[in-house]
Design a protein. Structure first.
Length: 345
């Protein structure tokens, strides 16, 4: 099966694979959706228990990394729900996604869906709302180092949350009743989710675990790996107009899948080619596409390390004509990438 070279941003699925294969990879299983949600939360509270029973610096760092990665994981499951691929029932799909995936990370499935589908419709085009995440690359190694420091120190996460709360309080000229109503609309459910997580941490371990093993990973490690994931998916891609090459699939070994790329998020070309395929069927979709002869066309990277090296390949040396050009470029790059959303998948 072949597809003629063209510059359309989307290829009908029936032109890529036969009907039985499409039916197989599109099939949603409620059991899978429930299992993945339970798996994510099981690891989160299991990591807390690891430190509770074996408190030492190694288990502390391990718990923070595991929890931060599963916070990305529940964001990925919310992303699946935004494509209505988490559960069969649309109502159950959105309810589970909101309460068990989105609200805990200060997001909302419906709002994310509207934003994210615009990205799929116009991937890597001038009006792609996610273009700001990939356009600045490649950058210098020094610029990337500063970004990682900001992420891992909590600066990026705090900046995002403060901006979110500032927006949620509404305009100063609004009456108090309207501001309270608007705040509840924007963040009320997310705050309920935080109270539930706080209560669980308190009842199972200690109240401080909410701060140390929920908020700390969320504001630090989670921010850093979300940035890396964003870079891998669309930065420095070879062709903005080719649906096989305007996104990237990155090979991930078992360590990367645990700490960086949970729930098959690394299969990004496949996801863009058929965005309603559940995440747990993306490996099967890739195998089908390879068997159909599309392997040479699909943008693929051997590892996340390989992508980061390419993304940081800009020369550190400022132009001889302007000794401050490198600094201005770094500030410009920072203005583009510091505002990325944690739920952008």
């Amino acid at each position: 099966m072949t597809v003629q070279t063209q510059t359309h941003l989307h290829i009908p699925a029936h032109q890529l694979l036969d009907a039985p294969t499409l039916n197989a990879v599109r099939r949603k299983r409620n059991g899978w959706g429930l299992y993945l949600i339970a798996h994510a939360w099981g690891i989160i509270f299991g990591a807390m228990a690891l430190f509770y029973f074996f408190p030492n610096p190694i288990t502390f760092l391990l718990a923070v990394a595991l929890i931060g990665a599963r916070q990305l994981g529940i964001s990925i499951l919310m992303h699946d729900a935004a494509h209505r691929a988490l559960m069969r029932s649309p109502k159950l799909n959105d309810w589970l996604s909101d309460w068990l995936c989105a609200y805990p990370v200060f997001a909302h499935t419906g709002a994310y869906r509207r934003y994210h589908l615009a990205h799929h419709k116009r991937t890597q085009q001038a009006d792609d709302p996610d273009l700001v995440l990939s356009a600045p690359f490649p950058i210098t190694r020094e610029s990337f180092r500063r970004k990682m420091i900001r992420d891992l120190s909590g600066q990026t996460g705090l900046k995002q949350r403060l901006a979110q709360f500032k927006t949620a309080v509404g305009e100063k000229e609004w009456p108090l009743s309207r501001r309270l109503s608007f705040f509840w609309f924007r963040l009320g459910h997310a705050l309920i989710a935080q109270l539930v997580i706080f209560g669980l941490c308190t009842s199972l371990f200690h109240w401080s675990y909410y701060l140390v093993f929920w908020l700390l990973p969320f504001l630090t490690y989670h921010m850093a790996i979300t940035r890396i994931r964003n870079i891998a998916e669309h930065a420095i891609i070879p062709d903005n107009n080719d649906p096989f090459r305007n996104a990237r699939t990155t090979h991930a070994n078992w360590l990367a899948r645990i700490f960086l790329a949970p729930y098959w998020v690394n299969y990004h070309v496949e996801h863009h080619l058929m965005m309603y395929v559940p995440c747990y069927r993306l490996p099967a979709l890739r195998r089908a596409l390879l068997a159909a002869g599309y392997g040479d066309r699909m943008e693929t990277a051997p590892s996340y390390t390989h992508i980061i090296r390419r993304a940081c390949s800009r020369d550190d040396t400022p132009s001889s004509g302007s000794p401050h050009k490198g600094k201005r470029t770094s500030r410009l790059v920072g203005s583009f990438t510091d505002g990325f959303t944690t739920t952008n998948a």
